[in-house]
Design a protein around this ligand. Structure first.
Ligand code: PAF
Length: 276
C-alpha cells in the first residue's frame, strides 16, 4: 500500500492507480480504524475498484468543547489494518495540506444538517461537508463508502452530491456491531469498563422502540428515553424521521430511528431502519 501526505503526490498516485480505466473507490475516515471501517474497505474492494482510504482528523467538524485533541491517532495500527484488507493507497494529509493559510470556504447543506446532531453539534456538518467536498475533489473517486452508523452524515453527503452535481456514487454500508449489539465506534475506547457494560442499553432501547413502532404501539420514543436515563445516559435525542430528508416521517416512505446520548464524557450515536 502506497502512503501519500501531499496533494501533488496524491494526484500522481491516483493517476497511476487508474491506469487505463480502473475505477477508484474512496473510503474517507478519521483513523482509529476498526471492523466497521474495514467493512467499508471490503465493500469497496468487492466492487473491483482500486481502493483509496483517507485518514484525516478534521478540526472543522469538532466543536470547541469536543474531543479533537484527545481523538485517538494510532497511525501504525491503522496502516496495518488497511494493508491486511488490501487497500491500494492511503491519503494522509496534514492540517496545513488540507487547509492552507487563507482557506476561506465553507460547504453547508441546509435542511438535512439542521436537526438531530446538527442541533446538538452546531457547525459539525458544515465541517464534514467541507472536508468531504475537498476529499472528493482531491481523489476524484467514482464511488465513496460511508457507514450507516453516522446516518445523518450519510444523508448530508448524499444531498450534497446531488445538489452540487458531484457525479459520484455514494454507498452506505450497514453498521458493524459488537456481539452484545453496541455499534462499533472509534469513540468506544473512551468508555470505562462500567460505562462499556451500560452502553448496551443504547442498541437495546433502539431495538425495543423499533419493535414497538413497527407494532404501532404508542409511547415507544418515551420508553426508549426512560431506559437510557435508567442506564445512566444523558439523552440528546431519540427521534423517528423520514430516512431521506430526516424531517417528519412521510406515509409510505422509509423511516429511520436515530438516537444520540452521553455516558459520562462519551457521546454515542446509533440508528435503526423502521419497516413500514
Ligand atoms: O465519518 C468520519 O469518519 C468523518 O466524519 C469523515 C466522513 C471522514 C469526514 O471527516
Amino acid at each position: 500500500m502506497q502512503i501519500v501526505h501531499h496533494l501533488p503526490d496524491l494526484r500522481r498516485a491516483v493517476a497511476e492507480l487508474r491506469g487505463d480505466c480502473a475505477r477508484v473507490a474512496l473510503v474517507p475516515t478519521m483513523g482509529a480504524l476498526h471492523a466497521g471501517h474495514m467493512a467499508l474497505v471490503d465493500a469497496a474492494r468487492a466492487t473491483g475498484a482500486k481502493v483509496i482510504a483517507s485518514i484525516f482528523v478534521n478540526p472543522k467538524q469538532f466543536g470547541p468543547n469536543e474531543d479533537l485533541s484527545r481523538y485517538p491517532r494510532p497511525a501504525e495500527a491503522d496502516k496495518a489494518l488497511l494493508i491486511a484488507h488490501g487497500c491500494d493507497l492511503l491519503w494522509m494529509p496534514g492540517v496545513d495540506d488540507m487547509y492552507p493559510a487563507g482557506f476561506a470556504t465553507n460547504v453547508s447543506v441546509s435542511g438535512v444538517s439542521d436537526g438531530l446532531d446538527g442541533a446538538a453539534r452546531p457547525g459539525h456538518f458544515d465541517g464534514v461537508a467541507t472536508v468531504v467536498t475537498k476529499l472528493f475533489n482531491q481523489v476524484r473517486p467514482d464511488t465513496a463508502f460511508f457507514g450507516e452508523k453516522d446516518f445523518q452524515q450519510l444523508a448530508v453527503i448524499r444531498r450534497m452530491v446531488i445538489d452540487l452535481d458531484m457525479g459520484l456514487e455514494i454507498v452506505g454500508v450497514p453498521t458493524v456491531r459488537e456481539p452484545d449489539g453496541l455499534a462499533l465506534s472509534s469513540r468506544n475506547i473512551y468508555l470505562s469498563p462500567d460505562e462499556r457494560a451500560r452502553a448496551v442499553a443504547l442498541p437495546k432501547a433502539l431495538a425495543e422502540a423499533k419493535r414497538a413502532i413497527e407494532a404501532e404501539e404508542p409511547g415507544a420514543i418515551d420508553a426508549a428515553m426512560t431506559s437510557l436515563t435508567d442506564a445512566g445516559f444523558v439523552t440528546d435525542y431519540v427521534s423517528l424521521v423520514d430516512a431521506a430528508s430526516l424531517g417528519e416521517p412521510q406515509p409510505g416512505k422509509s423511516r429511520r430511528l436515530l438516537a444520540a446520548a452521553r455516558l459520562g464524557t462519551t457521546r454515542l450515536i446509533d440508528n435503526l431502519d423502521i419497516e413500514p
